[in-house]
Ligand binder design. Sequence first.
Ligand code: GTP
Ligand code: MG
Length: 431
Amino acid sequence: MENNDTIFALSSAPGKSGVAVVRISGNNLSDLFKRIINKKVFEPRHAYFTNFKDDNGELIDQCVAIFFASPNSFTGEDIIEIHSHGAMAVINKIFDFLREHKCRIATRGEFSKRAFYNNKMDLTDVDGLIALLDAQTDKQRTLALKSLTGNDSKTYADWRNQMIEISAYAAAILDYDSDDLPANIDKKILSKTKDLLSEIKKSMSGYRATRAIQNGFNIVLVGETNVGKSSIFNKLVGSNRAIVSDIAGTTRDVVSQQIDIDGYLVNLSDTAGIRDASDTIEKIGIERTHAEIKNADLVIHVYNTVPKTINKNEINVINKSDLLKNTSNKTVIYTSVLKDTGFDKLLNTIKNKMHELMGGSESKIAINERTYELLNECVFELDNAINKYEGNYDIFAEHVRRGGDAIGKILGVITTSEIADATFSRLCLGK
Ligand SMILES: Nc1nc2c(ncn2[C@@H]2O[C@H](COP(=O)(O)OP(=O)(O)OP(=O)(O)O)[C@@H](O)[C@H]2O)c(=O)[nH]1
Ligand SMILES: [Mg+2]
C-alpha cells in the first residue's frame, strides 16, 4: 500500500444529475460515518437517510449514506458512499466537508489500486473494469464483464500453475534419482509444455477479434469517383454526413463515423474516389484512400457495373441498380440509394463477414496490448524450452519458469510498480 490517507471522489458522472455518489475509502471510517448520519450506532450495508450538516450546523443536503466495512468493500478498506442530489454546489460542499475531516481527493484509479493491493482484484480484473467503463456496444460490455468477473484470471492462473509444476519436475530430473520420479517424466513434461503452448497460441489468435470488439471494426468504402460511395455512407450512418454531388471527385478527405452494427462497434469511412487525378489535393485524398484500405478490416468496393475481376476478400456492391436492366449476378450486391433497395442484404453481408473475421467464435480471453505482449513473451520462452533445451533440463526448467513469470505479470502476481501504475492511470477518477 502506498499510504493510509482517507481518499474520496465523485464516483458518478460529473455535472448536473439526479443523484450523485461520493465515495470515501480509508481505515476506520466508522466515526466519520456516525458524524455524517448523526447517529451513535449503525449497521454496515444499510441505507441511512440523513440531514447531512457541516461543522457549523448548516444543512449541506438531504442524503442517503451507506457504510461498507473492511474487508467487504470494493477497495477492501472501509468505504462510505454518500448519495446526494447531483448538483455541483452540493458536491462541492460535501468535498469541503471531507477536506475539513482530513480526507483528500483520490488520484485517477486510486480506488482500484487499493483494491488491487488488498487482493480484491488482479490486473486482468482491472483491465476488464477499464474496458467495461469504456464499453459502447453490447459485445464490448459482455467481453469486458467476462474479464472483470474473473474468467480470464482463472485461465491465466491455471496456465501459470501448470508452468510452475512443469518447471519443478524439470528441475527435479537433475536432482533426483529417476526411480524417485514418475515414469517417463521427461516425455510427459515435454508433451505437457507443447499442449500448453498450442493452447496459449490458440487463445492469442483471438486478439484480432478482441481488438476489433474493443476498438471497432474498420470498414472502408472505396471505388471510382461518382459511383455513390458517399450516398451509401450516408445511408449506413443514417445522416447526411458526407457531401454528395454529381461532380466526380466530390469527396477528397476521409470522412469517418462510428456506428453500431449487430452490437459491434464499426468505424465506417468514406473515401476519395480513385481515378487518375491531376489536382494536387485530390491526389493527396487518393493517397489517403490507399492508406485506409491498408488499415481496413473490411473493404466495401462500390461499382456501377459488374467488374471483370472480383476480389473475394471485399464486399462488391453495384450501386445505381435503378439504372440497370440486368441485376442477376450472384457474386455482387445490387443497391440503389435512389430507390432505397439492397441495404438489408448489404448489412447482412457485413454482419456475416464480421463474424467470419472473428473466426466464428470470440476469444476465450480478452486480450489487450499489455496482455498480448506478455503472452508473446510466454510463447517465446515455451518455444525456447521445447526447441533449445537439448537434453539439459535445467535450461528447460528456466525457460518454462520465465514463461510462468510472464503470465504472473499479466495477473499482477509478479508486478513492477510501473506496470500497475500504467494500468491504473487508464481509469477515471472515482474508480
Ligand atoms: N440513379 C442513382 N443515382 C445515385 C445513386 N446513388 C448515388 N447517386 C447519385 O450519384 C452521384 C454521385 O454520388 P456520390 O455519393 O457523391 O458519389 P461518390 O462515389 O461519393 O463520388 P466521389 O466523392 O466524387 O468519389 C450523386 O448525384 C448521387 O445523387 C443511386 O443509387 N441511383
Ligand atoms: Mg464521395
